[in-house]
Ligand binder design. Structure first.
Ligand SMILES: Cc1cc2nc3c(=O)[nH]c(=O)nc-3n(C[C@H](O)[C@H](O)[C@H](O)COP(=O)(O)OP(=O)(O)OC[C@H]3O[C@@H](n4cnc5c(N)ncnc54)[C@H](O)[C@@H]3O)c2cc1C
Length: 394
């Protein structure tokens, strides 16, 4: 495997470096033994990896960032990012199955009351109840304040009506952090937004599975709420605080996406370096041609830069600092690196890069999602610019 350096993490979790390397070794062994041999077949058939989900439960991945007080592993974002990168080097879809689940858990852990934490987090950590984040609607994704899903108070309950789309884990998940309007007339609009943990039941159904060019295996679905009744106890962080709670969770989400980008960028680089040493043209291995050397160097630089920015953002998150700018930079750099490296790896592989018998075509189909999900890269640049000005007042 191509060696890349990683800056050392600040220790914020209850784990020492030895524990961290034990966890990473267990994950690596699992990927080697139970994942890599099966990815191509499962991915091409777009099959949900039930068996791997059971193995991820056993590894504790559904509780990776949930506090040990609630049955999780209590890992720092830095250690977690390392796991996500490793998993994504093998198959990005698996990381998606626990990423959005853990963003939902982070919303409860950071903003829920004690009763909510006790009721939800142990079940999330065990993977007994899994799910994700339901923000996007058919008419809006980037402009979240334009959502139309409505929750109306009715005694001790709220009644939710609306449609959410592109929801990861939508079919196989049981619980979702659902962003709604509790006051559609509020100004500014975010004051009328709230976040509920909604568990599937009467009035909450999947309307259809959405087909995609990549990110196969994991289910993306449209969810419909029709007079769905949810207890007021499922409201996280109080009425009118839904957007703030969600955006806090998305900082971790963007670090996750960045780590996935590092995984794909590195996987593409590894494959290209290997292939350039075995493929010969004009009497020598292709890595001796300068045109290939330039590509390999650019791929390595992109990967290193993405890794550095990703662990920089994760460390800021672990220190409890506001890190939307750092997470935005990491997400942008790593996702663009994943896209560029997967295409360069395809070119270096020639026709084999275009073959469904090699992994490059999957990396090429998976990578662009990272530029869209958890806030598009255009939005990340806007966030970065706003923060630059806010942090540097004259
Ligand atoms: C496979 C997959 C999984 C997903 N999983 C989830 C999930 O689990 N939960 C969830 O809630 N959502 C999920 N999404 C949805 C995703 O978060 C949205 O697609 C994303 O936020 C962008 O929203 P949109 O598609 O509505 O694009 P739009 O908001 O309509 O944007 C369209 C284009 O306009 C650009 N744009 C928008 N506003 C501006 C602006 N102010 N300035 C400059 N450019 C702008 C965007 O960058 C984009 O290029 C998923 C999407 C996919 C494809």
């Amino acid at each position: 495997m191509t060696s890349i350096t990683q800056s050392g993490p600040d220790r914020q979790d209850g784990f020492g470096l030895e524990d961290e390397s034990q966890i990473l070794n267990s994950v690596e062994r699992w990927l080697e033994r139970d994942v890599r041999p099966h990815v191509r077949a499962l991915e091409h058939d777009d099959v949900y990896p039930h068996e791997m989900v059971e193995q991820m439960k056993a590894l504790g991945l559904f509780g990776a960032t949930i506090s040990q007080d609630y049955g999780g592993l209590g890992l720092s974002a830095t250690t977690y990012a390392r796991i996500v990168q490793k998993v994504s080097e093998a198959w990005m879809s698996l990381a998606g199955i626990f990423n959005s689940h853990l963003i939902m858990a982070a919303c409860v852990q950071r903003h829920g009351d004690e009763a909510q934490k006790q009721a939800l987090l142990p079940r999330f950590a065990a993977g007994e109840v899994r799910g994700g984040l339901a923000l996007t609607e058919p008419d809006c994704g980037t402009d979240l304040q334009a959502i139309r899903t409505r929750a109306a108070r009715d005694g001790d309950h709220y009644v939710i009506n609306g449609t959410k789309t592109w929801i990861s884990n939508g079919i196989h998940g049981q619980a979702f952090a659902v962003l709604v309007k509790t006051d559609p007339h509020a100004e500014p609009r975010h004051r009328g937004m709230s976040l509920f943990i909604a568990e599937k039941g009467p009035g909450f159904r999947v309307s259809r599975k959405l087909e995609k060019i990549g990110y196969k295996g994991i289910d993306s679905a449209e969810l419909i709420f029709e007079d769905y009744r949810v207890s007021k106890d499922a409201l996280i962080g109080g009425e009118g605080r839904g957007l703030a709670v969600t955006l806090g969770g998305l900082e971790l989400g963007r670090i996750n996406v960045a780590a996935r980008g590092c995984g794909i960028a590195k996987s593409a680089l590894d494959a290209a370096v290997r292939y350039s040493q075995v493929r010969r043209t004009f009497g020598k291995p292709i890595h001796q041609h300068q045109a290939i050397q330039l590509k390999l160097a650019e791929m390595a630089i992109r990967t290193e830069a993405a890794v550095a920015l990703t662990y920089n953002a994760a460390r800021a998150y672990d220190r409890g600092q506001r890190c939307d700018m750092e997470a935005g930079m990491a997400k942008y750099a790593a996702s663009e690196a994943a896209v560029a490296n997967s295409l360069d790896a395809m070119r270096i592989h020639g026709a084999y890069g275009y073959s469904t018998e090699f992994d490059i075509e999957r990396l090429y189909r998976d990578a662009p999602l990272l530029c869209i999900g958890e806030g598009t890269n255009e939005l990340q640049k806007i966030i970065i610019a706003r923060q630059l000005v806010e942090r540097n007042p004259i």
